[in-house]
Write a protein that binds this ligand. Structure first.
Ligand code: UDP
Length: 405
């Protein structure tokens, strides 16, 4: 596949000229401004996906954008995954050693990462404490990508003093705003890049080549969930829904997964799922496919009859957007950022996370009615075009930076 560095002009024809022109005007006002994004991994998960696309484009339009990855160690990532889970609502308790390790890794990184850019954007909880270890007068923004509506009390009371040191907090949906937080908060939806290898159009030849190379049979329809092996993505639930669907329509399940450097839970859950799904893996009706190649993910999202996203919590759910953009109908849980993308019955189907029968019923309806699937898919694509492409996101960032100047 021919790789090419993207330019803003490449998006003409995909999005409106008006947005490209507005980006051009705002970018001129910020020409040469330095901005740094800091997160905890350069691979795996939605944040890395976004930065990988957004940072080069910021540079193309004249900013001087930088991306730093916090240097963690395995024990630190155990603690930060625990924070992730506690902030998303699990009842977990941290001991002093864990809290000290969290602060120590942040303090150490602050000693060798110079974050004296005009704007500093810190993503998610892992590097959130940096704000207290770097003396600064420049604006710092905390960009929180997870669902923090019901955090465990200890996790939030530990994290809140760091958050209060930021100029602004950004979340993905209205309900994530904290009513009593003493700093300004705003919403910014994430985005996908329509011309990245993950989302670009693919020829029939490329699709056939990938299906063949990864031995994905097409003699029956398949449904897919693309997700890390994470408890919030409910892999067990995905399997149960598949069992219910299969009683009515002969099909396969593809679970496309990758591992993220800052998520140590993945391997354990993968091993558990290997045991749980063994009979289906042996019969070839369930395939666990490692999705490190973005073109493979693209192929799966395009060729699946239905995309599932059975999460029990979901900050936003880029996998939903990715499928919507490809015109593949999505059945997803009515949680977190998913309902900002899916209007039930219009741009996909929403189901309650515990309602396995309801979820299976929607999947079956889409498998049996190709007109319905095509209509939902087409509506989803147009909704994604309007709301969740990278150009809108880039413009949101320009507006944010201008408001912080
Ligand atoms: N992803 C991938 N390969 C996989 C599984 C996931 O490339 O096997 C990508 C997926 O396409 C999406 C991102 O990882 O771009 C996941 O983002 P999302 O917001 O859905 O969930 P997160 O992992 O951030 O909780």
């Amino acid at each position: 596949m021919q790789a090419k560095i993207k330019q803003l002009a490449d998006y003409r024809g995909i999005v409106s000229d008006a947005i490209i022109d507005e980006i051009g005007v705002k970018a001129r006002e910020l020409k040469g401004a330095t901005v740094v994004h800091v997160n905890a991994t350069n691979f795996g998960g939605g944040v890395a996906e976004i930065l990988d696309n957004l940072v080069p484009l910021m540079n193309d339009i004249g900013l001087r954008a930088d991306w730093r990855v916090l240097h963690g160690v395995p024990d630190f990532f155990e603690v930060t995954k625990k924070f992730h889970n506690a902030l998303q609502g699990q009842d977990l308790v941290f001991d002093d050693q864990e809290l000290q390790l969290f602060k120590f890794i942040n303090e150490k990184f602050a000693r060798f990462a110079f974050l004296d850019h005009d704007f500093v954007i810190i993503h998610d909880p892992q590097p959130a404490a940096l704000v207290q270890y770097v003396a600064h007068t420049n604006p710092w923004v905390w960009r929180c990508h997870i669902d923090i509506t019901h955090p465990s009390a200890q996790a939030w009371s530990f994290m809140e003093p760091f958050i209060l040191d930021y100029q602004r907090m950004i979340v993905s949906a209205e309900e994530y705003k904290k009513p009593d937080l003493r700093i300004p908060q705003q919403i910014m939806a994430p985005s996908i890049d329509p011309i990245s290898p993950k989302n670009m159009d693919l020829s029939e030849e490329v699709i056939a080549h990938y299906l063949d190379q990864y031995r994905i049979p097409t003699d029956k329809p398949f449904i897919t969930q693309v997700s890390r092996f994470d408890p919030w993505k409910d892999p067990e639930g995905v399997l149960k829904v598949f069992e219910l669907v299969k009683q009515q329509v002969d099909c396969r399940l593809v679970y496309c997964y990758n591992m993220s450097a800052d998520d140590p839970e993945g391997v354990k859950i993968y091993e558990r799922m290997l045991a749980t799904a063994k009979p289906y893996l042996d019969s070839g009706d369930v395939l666990f496919i490692r999705g490190d190649d973005p073109v493979l993910v693209n192929v799966l999202q395009r060729t699946s009859s239905v995309i599932l996203q059975k999460s029990t919590r979901e900050g936003f759910g880029l996998t939903v957007t990715e499928a919507m953009w490809k015109g593949t109908p999505v059945v997803a849980s009515n949680v977190g950022g998913i309902p900002t993308q899916i209007q039930d019955g219009v741009t996909g189907f929403l189901v309650e996370p515990l309602d396995l029968d309801g979820c299976a019923e929607k999947v079956v309806a889409l498998l049996e009615d190709t007109d319905l699937a095509a209509r939902i898919g087409q509506q989803a694509r147009e909704y994604a075009r309007e709301h969740f492409l990278i150009t809108r996101h880039l413009l949101d960032y320009l507006n944010l930076l201008l408001s912080l100047k």
